[in-house]
Design a protein around this ligand. Structure first.
Ligand code: GDP
Length: 543
């Protein structure tokens, strides 16, 4: 296949939501439409539920399921659709943030009764940062929820994005009759249908047509007309450019569990959503149409079988064509690697692939070469930017309980950090290791894996930090004075970046006041790696 043809065909996106809004259900219905699965219930729910501490195997099993469904690919309307799965559990939010760097657009699912929830807000912040185009699906219209206009206002206000409804509900809950498709001028009548795909659309070319009264009843028909008039008055006409720029989110209403409103969503998605986009590197912008292959690793998953210590690195192809058994440049390690068994993930099947194109995600078997954020190229020395690290929310110190196993512990924790399970901050003197996560669940996973996979013996002791802030500055004098004054609160992250571990907001504010030339960032991109790389290039260490 020609590269350009392959690029135009691909749509790579993620579905995001607050837990329980209906992400898994919607994913499943999209796969049903795409013919990737035949019956409802075939997609395992990969939600990692917080379980009793004894139930580690359950967590492991669920992680296994999430590998199998990491990327779900299917063809629909001549498009090759790649859905990248994102964990719903909030303790794994960082995983989701990283996956969002590998998608070109997202579908955000909102529960019509709950509106904007905590996770919705956080996930959308990341999308806004990256200007990712967003389509919103308001779900569970078969249940009573908030007034649709109220919901739209809430979305605009709390997510800081303009919205534009493309379908409109007729009633909700018990009185839910269906949706009117503003975009295509058709009426889709609701019937609860959990297993089959229905797409009976009554075409209504004129909303004032009397047949509408007969179909939905006089009062609901009048209400619909009034509401549509209001929509046209209040919201700008839908502009694909504004959507692609991340400024406006088209909104759909439906009920995922009933297969309702999903087809409208998918059809419009295929029509308006972006084909694979380029990405910025430290050197230049790389476009998907560039001849030379390049891509980056956004996720690493350990093998579930402890006897096989290999891992799978998930690589998003950004430009050119990836080919099996071809040597590529691992930029950070300055090493040539080739991959005899690159895999794709098609719904629940894994299969070896010979080639992959921009927008595709390839699974690479790895014996420890990859870290999250690594770049692979045909030879060019450049690194993709923008895999962010956020300040963790919970900090605990890792204590070694068996001095004879300190090597195993060191190796184990380093590898888990490379996988992105948690962040590590090392304090001197004493090589003290502070592990930071966004949720308690990770400590349980880490502890379990250190014992079972590496034979280490350790425990975690809570530390009372409020935030980890990466320090950058041009004022070396001020930096040195800060280092002298605050040495007890300083640490290095996994890439040797200097980090201030602030115990309270007040202490952070004081530091900012007393050292005005220092910048304290609670979010960091992999830029230091890039800086290091530049230094190497200056010294001609790398070719
Ligand atoms: P996730 O956590 O976002 O992946 O949510 P799920 O897809 O697992 O859905 C959470 C719950 O909501 C499940 O019990 C679903 O059956 C239910 N659900 C999903 N879509 C709908 C819907 O359209 N209507 C109703 N009434 N329930 C729904």
């Amino acid at each position: 296949m020609k590269n350009q043809e392959a690029i135009e065909k691909r749509r790579t996106f993620g579905i995001i939501s607050h837990p329980d809004a209906g992400k898994t259900t919607l994913t499943e219905k999209l796969l049903l439409f795409g013919g990737a699965i035949q019956t409802a219930g075939a997609v395992k729910n990969n939600k990692i539920k917080k379980s009793a501490t004894s139930d580690f195997m359950e967590i492991e099993k669920q992680r296994g399921i999430s590998v199998a469904t990491s990327v779900m690919a299917f063809e629909y309307n001549g498009k090759q659709i790649n859905i990248l799965d994102t964990p719903g559990h909030k303790d794994f939010a960082e995983d989701t943030f990283r996956t969002l760097t590998a998608v070109d657009s997202v579908i955000l699912v909102i529960d019509c009764a709950n509106g904007v929830e905590e996770q919705t807000r956080k996930l959308m912040e990341v999308c806004r940062m990256r200007k990712t185009p967003v389509i919103i699906f308001i779900n569970k219209m078969d249940r009573d929820g908030k007034d649709p206009f109220e919901l739209l206002d809430e979305l605009e206000q709390s997510l800081d994005i303009k919205v534009r409804p493309l379908t409109w509900p007729i009633g909700m809950g018990d009185r839910f009759q269906g949706v009117y498709n503003i975009y295509q001028k058709g009426l889709n009548l609701f019937s609860a249908n959990k297993t089959k795909i229905s797409d009976d659309v009554v075409s209504i070319s004129d909303i004032n047509d009397a047949s509408l009264n007969e179909i939905v009843g006089e009062k609901p028909a009048d209400e619909l007309r009034e509401e549509l008039e209001m929509i046209e008055g209040v919201y700008d006409a839908f502009s694909r450019e504004a959507y692609l720029a991340g400024d406006v989110a088209p909104v759909f209403f439906g009920s995922a569990v009933n297969n309702f409103g999903v087809k409208e969503l998918l059809d419009t998605f295929c029509e308006v959503s972006p084909s694979p986009r380029g990405r910025e590197t430290d050197k230049r912008m790389v476009e998907p149409g560039d001849d030379q292959f390049s891509g980056f690793v956004f996720k690493i998953h350990a093998n579930l079988d402890p006897k096989h210590r290999d891992r799978i690195a998930f690589l998003r192809v950004v430009s050119g064509k990836f080919e099996r058994n071809t040597f590529y440049q691992h930029v950070r390690l300055d090493k040539k690697l080739k991959f005899p068994n690159p895999t794709s993930f098609m719904a629940q099947d894994k299969s070896v692939i010979d080639e992959a194109y921009p927008g595709d995600v390839v699974g690479l078997y790895d014996t420890g070469n990859f870290k999250i954020g690594d770049t692979l190229t045909s030879g060019e020395v450049m690194m993709y930017k923008g895999i962010p690290s956020f300040s963790p929310e919970i900090f605990q110190e890792l204590e070694n309980l068996d001095p004879l196993k300190s090597k195993q512990l060191e190796k184990g924790i380093r590898q888990l950090i490379d996988e992105g399970v948690a962040q590590l901050f090392v304090q001197q003197p004493g090589n003290r290791k502070i592990v930071g996560t966004v949720g308690q669940l990770q400590f349980e996973v880490i502890n379990y894996r250190l014992i079972h996979e590496y034979g280490a013996n350790c425990r975690f002791v809570p530390r009372n930090y409020f935030k980890a802030c990466w320090i950058t500055t041009d004022n070396n004098e001020q930096l040195q004075s800060f280092i002298r004054a605050k040495s007890n609160y300083l640490a290095k992250d996994k890439d040797d970046n200097l980090v201030f571990l602030a115990e309270t907001t007040f202490l952070l504010q004081m530091a900012e006041q007393d050292y005005p030339d220092l910048v304290f960032k609670s979010k960091m991109e992999n830029t230091l790696l890039v800086a290091k790389l530049k230094k190497c290039q200056n010294l001609n260490i790398m070719s």
